[in-house]
Design a protein around this ligand. Structure first.
Ligand SMILES: [Fe+2]
Length: 360
């Protein structure tokens, strides 16, 4: 496919008087979608024809699911599965048109209207990530890791991204695991971070506005969130700071805050064992948990273009529950131990088969 330079249709780039306060109406989820879902997710997996875990702790591709046709129970179990796996991938979702895309997000909570990113003319909750409108050349992959809209007082639970147009090659997205980032810190550092909060800001967007003069759809917010948060679905702890929106850790000296934020971002961006990478095809969809993962696009695809559409589900105010939180590491060990025990039992049973039968 030759690169096209046709302008994107049906996109609203910046606010007019009519929609200048669209994003000010953003609100929070009144229930935690996925909480209390069947731990075995039987309804969801009744439709799954193939499961591919990209890595042990983050990223799974599911086949056999049509996202536009999920039952209520399947949608609930999928939310829980995404919180456990961090990000889940789907192929060939042509049935998830823009209308269905919005409807899917609404099953899990109120949809966020982005204060600055261009959106679909019909649905302001559907943002349009079009490289013609925002060329990717200006960032590098070290300072672009983020959790979507963490500057909001009620940041996102889930994002649902679909690509309508993909470049000839490149334009992958990489996610990094916030649970693992927490789990592998030393106990003294964990203890320090568990007592701290950080300020997340819209400064990047303010800089962008100053450069381009683009008018926002509402207020550009700043918010204070715990540095370690509990995922309300899994109950697992994760680090919740990122290189795009987190300006400082409160209560530390500016130098200490900078060092720690840089250290956490270094681990996010450099630890390959925390990461999963996804190559998009047309009609691929990724849904991820913004509470416990970070992500970045890979800006390697120019001069080609790509166009994706995303809805961002608003979650709750982030919290840290010292008493009742677990970790992914503990849960993973339990699952892995059970799998290994089962494999060993099966191997032992096989070796106990009557030797006479094995002659056949
Ligand atoms: Fe993002």
């Amino acid at each position: 496919m030759a690169p096209s330079i046709a302008p994107s249709d049906n996109v609203v780039l910046s606010s007019t008087e009519k929609d200048a306060s669209l994003a000010d109406r953003n609100t929070f989820a009144t229930r935690v979608a996925g909480k209390g879902a069947d731990p075995e997710k039987k309804a969801l997996f009744a439709s799954v024809t193939k499961r591919i875990d990209y890595t042990p702790k983050i990223g799974t591709e599911l086949h056999g699911i049509k996202l536009a046709e999920l039952t209520d129970q399947q949608a609930e179990e999928l939310a829980a599965f995404i919180a456990e796996r961090g990000v889940v991938f789907f192929r060939d979702q042509e049935g998830l048109d823009r209308k269905e895309h919005v409807k899917l997000g609404q099953r899990w909570g109120p949809l966020h209207v982005h204060p600055l990113v261009p959106h679909d003319q019909e649905s302001p909750e559907l943002i349009v990530l079009d490289s013609r409108l925002s060329p990717p050349g200006s960032y590098n992959t070290n300072n672009s890791w983020h959790s979507d809209v963490s500057f909001e007082p009620y940041p996102s639970s889930f994002s649902i991204l679909k690509f309508e147009e993909i470049p000839e090659a490149g334009g992958d997205t990489i996610w990094s695991n916030g649970y693992q980032l927490y789990d592998n810190l030393s106990q003294p550092l964990k203890t320090l971070l568990e007592g701290l909060t950080a300020t997340h800001t819209s400064d990047r967007f303010r800089e962008f506005q100053a450069k381009t003069g683009r008018k926002a759809f509402g207020k550009l917010n700043d918010s204070v969130h715990p540095v370690v948060r509990t995922n309300p679905i899994t109950g697992w702890k994760s680090v919740f700071t990122n290189s795009v929106f987190t300006r400082e850790i409160n209560g530390l000296s500016p130098t200490e805050s900078k060092w720690i934020l840089e250290y956490l971002n270094d681990l996010t961006s450099k630890r390959l064992d925390y990461q999963v990478r996804f190559s998009w095809k047309k009609d691929s969809v990724a849904i991820w948990d913004n509470r416990s993962t970070f992500h970045t696009g890979v800006p390697d695809f120019q001069p080609y273009f790509r166009k994706g559409v995303r809805v961002t589900v608003s979650g709750e105010a982030p919290y840290y529950d010292a008493e009742n939180s677990g970790t992914q590491a503990e849960a993973f060990k339990k699952t892995a131990d059970a799998i290994i025990a089962k494999q060993e039992k099966e191997a032992a049973e096989k070796s106990n088969v009557d030797p006479a039968l094995q002659l056949a």
